[in-house]
Structure formats: structure tokens, C-alpha cells
Write a protein that binds this ligand. Structure first.
Ligand code: AMX
Length: 436
């Protein structure tokens, strides 16, 4: 496999580089931690390392050094499509270079060969009570597949530490291959009366998801490819990435680790934000019965703020400009359905809300984030079941977190074990600092 060979070829140099850095400069400080951060969710504490993506405050995400516009231009695409193969993106995340079309297609081929979901995983989903949340079902299916883990099997048969990454790569390919079928099964079971659509062997991973969802508009295939690219990785400190890394650091396999990550993604402060954004847009639309004018929208936004609520989809913990993931989706809507009401409204909000937030003067970043528009695009194609949106986010995110786990194994990253203190200890530290 070209993918595996290219990872393997890089490992000795990476191991040497990391070993040297730790040996020669292990004591060099990268930052300080204050009491506010200890109580404040470790915000901005530099305690993780990943070479797969980096979020620059003024520029947004870079995957393996490439910005989103660069990736959309350079990654190989299926004939006649605007958006790249997810297989090519996965190659990039794992290997670090833009793949050739042949390399991207090899990942797609591996996924096809590994994509069959064992019936027992579906049976577990079918057996769950009808009101089980789609994210719970998604996480359950991943966890059910844990018995397939090659890493865990080989580990118990005396796998050498240097070779941990190999079965982790196998597991990652096996799991990611099945995600479109699992997610679309959940969608069809929950919202479409259980009429399941079988995978089409001629379609790539992203397009096959669109097909199995039952959305026939060809534009949805490109939207799916775009969506899966944009949500795949966002450094390592966000909850889904960090939870996956933490659980994986105990040498739990990718099924245990990704399922844990998905449980974090299911939280309202993380993956659920996109549905709140669409809810706000629909509230605006329903209030006026049409796309309002700028003045009316300005007033609606001010009313949201004065009632003590936030405007969903705006602001960011790290970014200080329009999220390039927003821009890519905005451009997609402008090309495909500029006249769609909810899309038009989302685009108008972009013209009005940053000004309202600037007037209010609280938000450090008044610009839109990825969630401000993603729901409007799904809505256009008829995927209107909000509870399902986080599952699509999860399908994408597992590409990033599994690539990270392969490299964490390759570089022998140890079990995570930060130190905790008691409040009395922190009070003592504070008292000493004040006295000195
Ligand atoms: N509307 C109203 N007020 C906002 C705001 C918004 N969109 N964004 C920030 N503010 C307010 C904060 O609530 C805070 O007020 P406070 O001082 O009274 O508590 C003040 O501005 C300063 O906040 P900040 O430092 O700019 O933001 P943060 O880093 O603490 O939080 C975020 C970032 C995204 C949670 C915040 O901007 C927010 O709540 N946005 C709306 C919800 C949203 O879009 N969430 C999706 C995030 C993307 C994701 O992770 N999926």
C-alpha cells in the first residue's frame, strides 16, 4: 500500500527529530500556567503536540501546512466534481503531502474493500429505543466494532512498541471505511422509516455517503466532500480530538478512542453548536415570514443580545477573522443556490451581525465560525433533521483524530497524566505570590 509505505518511510526521521528535541531541549519552557487557566479549562495552555493541523488566529486552519483554499485547489478530484476526494484528504493528513490522483484513489479503493459493516453493529442500533440520540447510536456502533480491532488483538499477542502504528493504521482504515454506511444507516433508520440504501461501488467515499442518505441532487455529493474536508481536524486541544488522544494514550484502540471522542462531540458546547445556528436563522425567518431587510435583521440581532443570549455561529476562541471554513461554504452556496431563502438569510447575517457585535464590544472575534452556515447548506438539500448534523461532523472528525492516533503510536507518545492540585494548594501558591 502506497499510503503505508510513505508513512513508514518517514517514521525513522520523525523519531530521530523528536528524540533529539526531548534529549537536548527537554527542559526548555514553552509557557507558564496561571491559576485562572487551572480553573479555566486549561485555555491556551500549551501541552499537546500535533503536526497534522494548526489554527492560526489570523488565518484559520492549515492542514499539513495548507490553507483550505489551497487544499480545495490542489487535492485530486473526481471527474466533473468541484470538491476533492476524502481519500486524498486522508492521505494528506496521514502522510503530509498532497497525493497524486493514484494515491487518493488507493485510499478510496482500500475504503471500498473494508466498508462492509457487520450486521451485529446494525442490530445493536435497531435494538436501541426509538428516542436514542443519533450521536449515541453513532458512538455505540463504533464501540460495538471494537471487537474487530487488529491493534488490540496483536497487542495481546506480544506486539512490539515500534510496530504499534501499523495495526493502528489498519484499524483506522477499517473504521473510517465504514463511517458513511453507519451514519447513513442511522439517518435512514431514524428519519426515513428504515428504508436502507445500499452502497454504490462506483462512488467515492463522500459521494457514496450522499447516495446512501437518499439525497439525489448531485450537488449534495460535492457538499458532502466539502463538509467532510472542513470538519476533519482543528488542532488537538478541542474536546473530540483531545478525548480521542487521551483515551488512545492508554493504548485503547481507535474504536474505544474514537467512540470517546464522539461522546465529547455530542456536547452542546462542541458539536451541537451548528444546529443552534440553523435554529436562530429559522427563528429570524419565521418571525418575518421572509428574508428580512438589513434594518430588521440588525434589530433582531440586538434583541438577541439584549435578552442575554449569544448569536450562534459568531465568535471564536482562537480565530480573529472570518473562519475560512465559513468562507468555503459561503462560496459553495453562492455558486449553487444563491436564491435559496435560508442561505440568503445566512449570507445577509454575515453582512449585519459582525457590526452588531462590534457595537456591543464584548466578543473578541465578531466574525462567523464554521457553524454559521453549515446547517443552511444541509437544509437546502432537504437534510433538515438537526439532531443528525453532529453525526456528519463526527464522520469527518474521525478522519483527523485517527490520523493523529496513528502518528501518536508511531512516535511512541506516552499515556497522558497531567497533575492536579487542591484548591487549598492553589490558595497557598497565591498567598506566597502576593507576599513576595
Ligand atoms: N454573541 C454574543 N456575545 C458573544 C458572542 C456572540 N456570538 N461571542 C462572544 N460573545 C461574548 C461572550 O459571551 C463573552 O461575554 P461575557 O464577557 O459576558 O462572558 C465576551 O463576548 C467575550 O467572549 P470571547 O472571549 O470573545 O469568546 P470566547 O473565546 O469566550 O468564546 C465562543 C468563543 C465561540 C464560545 C463564543 O464566541 C460564542 O459563544 N459564540 C456563539 C456560539 C457559537 O457560535 N459556538 C460555536 C463555536 C464553534 C465550535 O466550536 N463548533
Amino acid at each position: 500500500m502506497l499510503l503505508k509505505e510513505q508513512i513508514e518511510a518517514q517514521i525513522p526521521e520523525w523519531r530521530e527529530r523528536v528524540k533529539k528535541l526531548i534529549k537536548e531541549d527537554g527542559a526548555v519552557k514553552v509557557g507558564e500556567v496561571n491559576i485562572g487557566q487551572v480553573y479555566g479549562g486549561m485555555r491556551d495552555v500549551k501541552g499537546l503536540v500535533t503536526d497534522i493541523s494548526y489554527v492560526d488566529p489570523s488565518e484559520g486552519i492549515r492542514f499539513r501546512g495548507y490553507t483550505i483554499p489551497e487544499l480545495l485547489e490542489k487535492l485530486p478530484k473526481p471527474e466533473g466534481s468541484e470538491m476533492p476526494y476524502a481519500g486524498g484528504l486522508y492521505f494528506l493528513l496521514l502522510v503530509g503531502n498532497i497525493p497524486t490522483k493514484e494515491e487518493a484513489l488507493e485510499v478510496e479503493k482500500e475504503w471500498k474493500a473494508r466498508g462492509q459493516v457487520p450486521q451485529y453493529a446494525f442490530d445493536i442500533l435497531i435494538a436501541a429505543p426509538a428516542d436514542t440520540h443519533p450521536m449515541t447510536l453513532f458512538s455505540m456502533a463504533i464501540l460495538a466494532l471494537q471487537r474487530e480491532s487488529i491493534f488490540t488483538d496483536q497487542y495481546h499477542h506480544g506486539l512490539k512498541k515500534d510496530a504499534y502504528w501499523e495495526p493502528t493504521l489498519e484499524d483506522s482504515l477499517n473504521l473510517t471505511a465504514k463511517l458513511p454506511a453507519i451514519a447513513s444507516f442511522i439517518y435512514r433508520m431514524r428519519y426515513k422509516g428504515g428504508e436502507i440504501i445500499q452502497s454504490d461501488p462506483n462512488l467515492d467515499w463522500g459521494a457514496d455517503f450522499a447516495h446512501m442518505m437518499g439525497v439525489t441532487d448531485p450537488g449534495y455529493q460535492d457538499l458532502s466532500r466539502l463538509y467532510f474536508l472542513l470538519h476533519s481536524d482543528h488542532e488537538s486541544g478541542n474536546v473530540s480530538a483531545h478525548a480521542t488522544h487521551l483515551v488512545g494514550s492508554a493504548l485503547s484502540d481507535i474504536y474505544y478512542a474514537a467512540s470517546a471522542g464522539m461522546n465529547g462531540l455530542a456536547g452542546p458546547l462542541h458539536g451541537l453548536a451548528n444546529q443552534e445556528c440553523l435554529g436562530w436563522l429559522l427563528d429570524v425567518f419565521n418571525k418575518y415570514g421572509h428574508v428580512p431587510g438589513k434594518e430588521e435583521l440588525h434589530q433582531f440581532a440586538r434583541d438577541t443580545l439584549s435578552s442575554g443570549k449569544v448569536i450562534p455561529g459568531y465568535g471564536h476562541a482562537v480565530l480573529r477573522k472570518t473562519d475560512p471554513r465559513f468562507t468555503a461554504q459561503h462560496q459553495f452556496g453562492m455558486r449553487h443556490f444563491p436564491e435559496d431563502d435560508i442561505f440568503k438569510l445566512a449570507a445577509l447575517v454575515y453582512e449585519v451581525v459582525p457590526r452588531v457585535l462590534q457595537e456591543q464590544g464584548k466578543a473578541k472575534d465578531p466574525w462567523p465560525n464554521v457553524d454559521a452556515i453549515s446547517g443552511a447548506l444541509q437544509y437546502h438539500y432537504g437534510v433538515r433533521e438537526f439532531d443528525f448534523y453532529t453525526v456528519m461532523f463526527g464522520v469527518s472528525r474521525i478522519l483527523g483524530v485517527s490520523a493523529n492516533l496513528v502518528w501518536a503510536r508511531a512516535l511512541g507518545q506516552p499515556i497522558e497524566r497531567p497533575k492536579s492540585l487542591t484548591t487549598a494548594m492553589l490558595e497557598e501558591i497565591a498567598a506566597k505570590a502576593t507576599a513576595s
